[in-house]
Design a protein around this ligand. Structure first.
Ligand code: ARG
Length: 469
């Protein structure tokens, strides 16, 4: 077993190698170090190292004793990190050198052999990919949970009517369940996008070494298999340098947040006194330090705000990449903080939204009252006339006159007497009143993707089967 003094890595406090005549300045050390954020990759780093060592042994490059020593050392390091007793050193720059130095401290020369045929360049690219793959799996589960929560609220509200808006002007009545299922579609696509990005995340850079590959007869396919990866990066320069997989992930993550943000905006509007459509459980809201009557929708507001931060990370990552010549450049160390923060923000947000949507209080009377305000069934009257033989454009014009009269009288279309309606077109009959009602209008849209409660129920069933709910 070697002492710390013949562990070159542990001695980095002095100088990088015999080539250097002076140590790094403290400021440069702090500037270049990543250990205080990339230590988060420790599990992936150990996982990758163990797969590499096992392959080195299988290829006859590393002896069985050395492999056993490395496995033993890594098990101890894992225990130390989990127990919080592992001493992370700024002098050792990053997670990779910290773990390797500790390994050598624990098992001696075998630790020094681990890095055979490997570089931190292919090592870090592997670590980030392994870590991100697992995070994508967790995010996919959280997206499912949120979808299920929304589907359940949608099911309970298949018959509840609220005004559907275009331009935030009352347009046509829709079922609240239908409205919520629109978000389920968005989150389902988000999950698909993450799954698609995962395929490209889950490929192995190890074996690319610093940039050109290695002269050792490594079995890269074997390492990929051990790590559960779907393939091996086929060009060493590309393998160590591109972070497009992280950018793709961030783009998918930014879209998740954009969808969350749209939902947030609606929740905030709906909870305002002017709408009064919903209430959020108190545990998701805060009060005001000065206005005793206030209950503020802080969670959706913050989620809307955090969307800016996640979109910003996407901009950061994509800009990070654009000027880099092949192959690895230290710029890439800057990929981690935005990625980590993106994952953390998404995980918290998705968890909190699944819970919050599950506890939503819906106020059907207020929704319905609002739907009655804006002549939301005018299109239904036009459609009625078309079915009586009018051209749609003519029907549209006739109904505009009817709406104008109703506005002048301060009543809804359905409150105009039949005789009055017949002045606009003699073909109008008493059966029109069913269509002019909110419920009649809703039921009429019984088409795939439409808002009729029967369609909403069919979609709920489809989503439940898909999500296993
Ligand atoms: N901490 C570095 C990173 O995050 C690891 C790779 C360093 N490689 C190098 N040649 N300096 O990218």
């Amino acid at each position: 077993m070697s002492s710390a003094s013949d562990n070159q890595l542990a001695n980095k406090a002095q100088a990088w190698s015999a080539l250097f005549s002076e140590p790094m300045s403290d400021l440069v050390k702090r500037y270049t170090a990543s250990v205080f954020f990339d230590k988060r990759l420790w599990k992936a780093d150990i996982q990758g190292s163990l797969a590499h060592a096992e392959m080195l042994n299988a290829q006859g490059i590393l002896g069985a004793e050395d492999l056993a020593a490395i496995q033993r050392g890594m098990a101890q390091i894992k225990g130390e990190i989990e127990a919080g007793s592992f001493e992370w050193k700024l002098d050792l720059e990053d997670v990779h050198l910290n773990i390797e130095a500790r390994l050598t401290e624990l098992v001696g020369i075998a630790g020094k052999r681990l890095h055979t045929g490997r570089s931190r360049n292919d090592q870090v690219a592997t670590d980030v990919r392994l870590w991100l793959r697992d995070e994508i799996d967790e995010l996919t589960q959280l997206l499912s949970a949120l979808q299920l929560a929304l589907v359940e609220v949608a099911e309970k509200n298949a018959e509840v009517i609220l005004p559907g808006f275009t331009h935030l002007q009352v347009a046509q009545p829709v079922a609240f369940g239908h409205h919520l299922l629109a978000y389920v579609e968005m989150f389902a696509r988000d999950a698909e996008r993450l799954g698609d990005a995962r395929r490209r995340v889950n490929r192995l850079p190890l074996g690319a070494a610093a940039l050109a590959g290695t002269s050792y007869p490594l079995d890269r396919e074997r390492v990929a298999k051990t790590l559960g990866m779907e393939g091996v990066c086929q060009n060493s320069l590309d393998a160590v340098s591109d972070r497009d997989f992280a950018i793709e992930f961030s783009a998918a993550a930014a879209l998740v947040m954009v969808h969350i943000s749209r939902l947030s905006e609606e929740l905030i509007l709906w909870m305002s006194q002017s709408f009064g459509f919903i209430d959020l459980a108190d545990r998701f809201c805060t009060g005001s330090s000065i206005m005793p009557q206030k209950k503020n929708p802080d969670v959706p507001e913050l989620a809307r705000g955090k969307t800016g931060r996640v979109v910003g990370h996407l901009m950061g990552l994509i800009t990070l990449m654009k000027g880099q010549p092949l192959a690895y450049n230290k710029d890439n160390q800057e990929d981690k903080e935005p990625l980590f923060d993106t994952v953390d923000t998404l995980k918290d947000t998705l968890r909190i939204f699944a819970e919050m949507m599950g506890g939503l209080t819906v106020k059907p009377e207020a929704m319905e009252r609002a739907a009655l305000k804006g002549y939301a069934t005018a299109t239904d009257l036009a459609d009625y006339l078309v079915k009586k033989g009018l051209a749609f454009r003519d029907a549209h014009e006739i109904v505009a006159h009817a709406v104008k009269t109703a506005i002048q009288q301060g009543v809804d279309l359905s409150q105009l007497p039949l005789a009055e309606l017949q002045k606009f077109d003699a073909r109008i009959d008493a059966d029109v009143f069913e269509l002019l009602s909110l419920r009649g209008s809703l039921n009429a849209r019984n088409i795939l993707g439409g808002t009729a409660p029967a369609q909403v129920r069919a979609q709920v069933a489809r989503h439940k089967a898909r999500l296993g709910g």
